[in-house]
Write a protein that binds this ligand. Structure first.
Ligand SMILES: [Zn+2]
Ligand SMILES: [Zn+2]
Length: 337
């Protein structure tokens, strides 16, 4: 079967199959095996086989039960290894299963888990804008902005209008095919190859390593240091922590302690008084400057009271979570609680 034929069969029978048992269903195995297999063959026939060291194909009819819509994605191994994060070209059906789209989409699950749905949507939409800017000629190559009602996260069946799908903002660009007038395999392959070229271009851009950001956000959340609100605020804390880790054991920090002492400037806690002489001299240095103006790597820093404060571990964590306000604002906020 050609890729076009398999895609049509999936689109035409999915809703009916959903009424039947998932386990062992022949359509589920069509989606898992034959769909990516047919795409791989089509690309090989077109003279542009996928390099398996760099890319992988993945598809899913659902996990343990039918999903709202099946998908088939191309992953660049250095960008993502699953549909839950990063970005990737993906085939997705739209509500009604009369159309299928090839879009440069994004995985949202990891980000949603870290920052919640609302902040994730804002961030995904900003990332889509960033991808469009960097890909430059997507419109010239026949792709459009949509909107596409494609994301399997949305309940596809219940969505009536494509522009009501909140997740469509996470699509950078794409193309829609009508199943009734689906182009042949060589035309589809040409579009997939164009999409992969954009994928390669975006992957070279270090600012597109979104999965790394998502992991750092998850880390902040686990540490209790994730500021509420936008992801932008959290990104600044990630940057700030990187900087503080870099200088943690340096002469600079020991000079800061000499200057500011070893009592927490926010709550007056002293490690030595609480835990004994073994903890004498322990305190953490927090860089005070607005985090968006942190010094570059290699910059010469001075241990001054205008650049640093010393904090106990609890206050240090809490000031990050608050988005790094100044000492007075932070103290007022803990006194109020
Ligand atoms: Zn403290
Ligand atoms: Zn800090």
């Amino acid at each position: 079967m050609t890729f076009t034929e398999v895609t049509k069969e999936i689109g035409n029978t999915f809703l009916k199959s959903k009424q039947e048992a998932f386990k062992g269903h022949p359509l589920a195995s069509r989606i898992r095996k034959d769909w990516p297999g047919a795409l791989s063959s089509a690309l090989t026939l077109a003279g542009t086989p996928l390099n398996e060291e760099e890319y992988s194909l993945d598809s899913s009819p659902g996990l343990g039960q039918w999903s709202d819509a099946p998908w088939l994605a191309v992953f660049r191994k250095d960008i993502t290894s699953s549909a839950t994060g990063g970005f990737y070209p993906v085939f997705l059906f739209e509500p009604g299963f009369e159309t299928v789209c090839l879009v440069m989409g994004q995985g949202a699950e990891k980000l949603v888990k870290a920052v919640g749905k609302k902040a994730a949507l804002v961030e995904l939409s900003a990332r889509a804008v960033q991808m469009r800017r960097a890909a430059v000629s997507w419109e010239k190559e026949g792709f459009s902005l949509g909107p596409f009602a494609t994301m399997r996260r949305a309940s596809v069946q219940s969505e009536k209008k494509s522009d009501t799908d909140p997740w469509s903002v996470s699509v950078a660009f794409g193309k829609r095919y009508s199943l009734a007038a689906m182009p042949n395999d060589s035309m589809i392959s040409a579009d997939v190859i164009k999409m992969i070229k954009f994928y390669d271009l975006l992957a070279k851009d270090s600012s597109m390593r979104f999965t790394k950001v998502d992991e750092a956000l998850e880390g902040l959340k686990e540490e209790g240091e994730l500021p509420e609100g936008s992801v932008d605020g959290a990104k600044k804390v990630i940057w700030h922590k990187k900087f503080e880790t870099r200088v943690r054991n340096s002469k600079l920090v020991s000079d800061v302690k000499k200057l500011l002492g070893t009592r927490c400037q926010a709550c007056n806690f002293s490690f030595e008084s609480r835990y004994g002489a073994g903890m004498s001299g322990y305190i953490e240095a927090h860089h005070k400057n607005p985090i968006y103006s942190l010094p570059d790597e290699g910059a010469i820093l001075k241990p001054t009271a205008s650049d640093f404060m010393v904090l106990c571990s609890n206050c240090h964590r809490a000031i990050h979570r608050a988005g790094c306000p100044d000492l007075e604002t932070f103290q007022r906020s803990i006194e109020l609680k």
